[in-house]
Design a protein around this ligand. Sequence first.
Ligand code: S3P
Length: 742
Amino acid sequence: MGEEKPLFARVAIIGLGLIGGSLACALRQRRLTGEVVGFDKRADELALAAELGVIDRASGSLAEAVQGSDLVVLAVPVRATRSVLEALKPYLDSDAVLTDVGSTKSSFVSDVRAVFGELSPRVIPGHPIAGSEKSGIRAANPELFSRHKVILTPAPDTNADALERLKSLWEGCGATVLTMSVDYHDEVLAATSHLPHLIAFSLVDTLAGEDENMDIFRYAAGGFRDFTRIAASDPVMWHDIFLSNRDAVLRVIDHFTHDLDQLRTAIASGDGATMLRVFSRAKAAREHFSKMLSGQAYVTTNSDKQVTFQLTPGGAITGDIRVPGDKSMSHRSIMLGALAEGITEVKGFLEGEDSLATLQAFRDMGVTIEGPDNGFVRIHGVGMQGLQRPRGPLYVGNSGTAMRLFAGLLAAQSFDSELTGDASLSKRPMGRVADPLRAMGAVIETAEGGRPPLKIRGGRTLTGIHYEMPVASAQVKSCLLLAGLYAEGVTSVTEPAPTRDHTERMLAGFGYHVHRDGATASVTGGGTLTACAIDVPADISSAAFFLVAASIAPGSDLVLRHVGMNPTRVGVINILQKMGANIEILEEREIGGEPVADLRVRSAELRGIDIPEDQVPLAIDEFPVLFIAAACAGGRTVLRGAEELRVKESDRIQVMADGLAAVGVETTVTPDGIVIDGGQPIGSGTVNSHGDHRIAMAFAVASLRATGPIKVEDCANVATSFPGFVELARQTGIQITAEGSE
Ligand code: S3P
């Protein structure tokens, strides 16, 4: 700390067990405070603490420890809290901060109230989520809190300066500090810590009790050892915890015994489907948890991750590749498969975070889904009325498609639900689906300005409407058609320009008739879906990066296999061909109701064009990389009628213009488009992708024609639509590395 003033001049640690001792060591070693004095009523432990150098000084009495200390940390057994508080009360300085390290927080608060009559703004309950089966001062470890979480549960009137200093103290010990309410803390801990300990104690005791010689443990393997490790924890401490957190623990025990009983029934009656559902949902949750622990990207953790692309200029694009599966179709395959009668098998499913979020949401609603395993997914359909109420909000990460399509589906269910998303999705407009759904009779609450989260009331009867969409949006159309499956009568949607029609095609594949009349698609509610097999082609939106890459990089020759060529998606090919790109369409075929082809693309001199407005909805996701093509083309490219780009994962017009400017390419932004004069050299620079996957990948492609290195920041979300992008880009000739990935 050098000459800086310590966070606290004198800290008294009352109770020198594992936690108190470790905190004392950490504070001393890291010089976070002035003097660290300790007190423990066990004289031998106290003497040992001084001898081991865990504390600066052993206090002869509680009074001596507390008096004159500006931070008092209670690290005594939870059940001893009240008597220790009573004993220290007369000696506590009026401006001292008082905290604790106990595992239950409402009991601490009620002890403080009982002793002091109130909870002063300088009392801040705390709980480091760290420990070990070892106990006692000899086990004290200054690193115990490093990379662990510490929960503080301040009250609304807690002294802000005291809270800040206490936070800094724990952070100084290497911990991450979270704050939450006392009640929430106790609920969460009852579920994630207290119940598992209870089960471990109980299971080991049951087995030991059945066999006096404990012989069966000889046959126990790693699974048993891992599962029961925590049964070796301190019995007294745990007895304290269960007595102190009684109510929250009882609630979670009831929940667990109910679910265990369900599994018992399933085993007794040979109900394999229930077992498979529970086990696969648990497996997915456990894998998600492992990824969270190891800091890897997955739906809920992704936004915290910082990934930076480093690009070396130049290169040619060659090879024969297949990009991952189509995102739009992957979402829809899970949705319709879940609602169908029977088992739907999907090949080529996109294992990106967006479609995985959809998959997880259906698991949360009780659907058994096996996989994904190399793009293979098996969905055990529950029928139109078979979804179950999820236990909490459905989190759909970065995915606008998931949120908007789910809104239609959930508005028609018998249960209430809530849809939430990440920071980017939370800014996107949802009124475009909430308004027409309300006209059908749905009850939906949004946050201000029609933004997420969406709170959807269940148990409503929906009625079919005719809707003229003000914007050309496949998500809005699909949302209403999905709601229409449940509505009384006919639901019809007219689009102002053609938008992707995967929902209509896939519904037909599941045996549900969709009527098409010019620009209007309609369904009659009340039908059923029949499971089928789905082969998801490679995503043309992901292929687009390589179409542009191979076009702009001299000496390129690349084949892209099995690309989805739905006529509502091929705008990028039409536009690039108009710009002079050399793209050959080979082996055109139809697979599962969707056209597919192989594409061969070679370098070409591109020229600037006026992008035909009718191509805009057909290439809506490809503009970031098309802007790079335009920057490399000879002459001027003008885009109009594309205001929708401003409400995608980022404002794609502005963010692209800013990114291009950062590498020395000036453009003119208009309200509904952009003007790009091609041929300006692409220089070196740092681009902020604003967490938008397609912006990040577009600038990776730009490096092929750059004169110096490019750095692209905030790229973690590339995993939403294109897992494995970096490897595939490198394999084909883009000189890219990703920093900050696992
Ligand atoms: C999608 C529709 C489009 C597109 C998005 C996927 C879909 O959005 O941009 O990436 O799967 O229906 P809009 O419907 O908002 O245009």
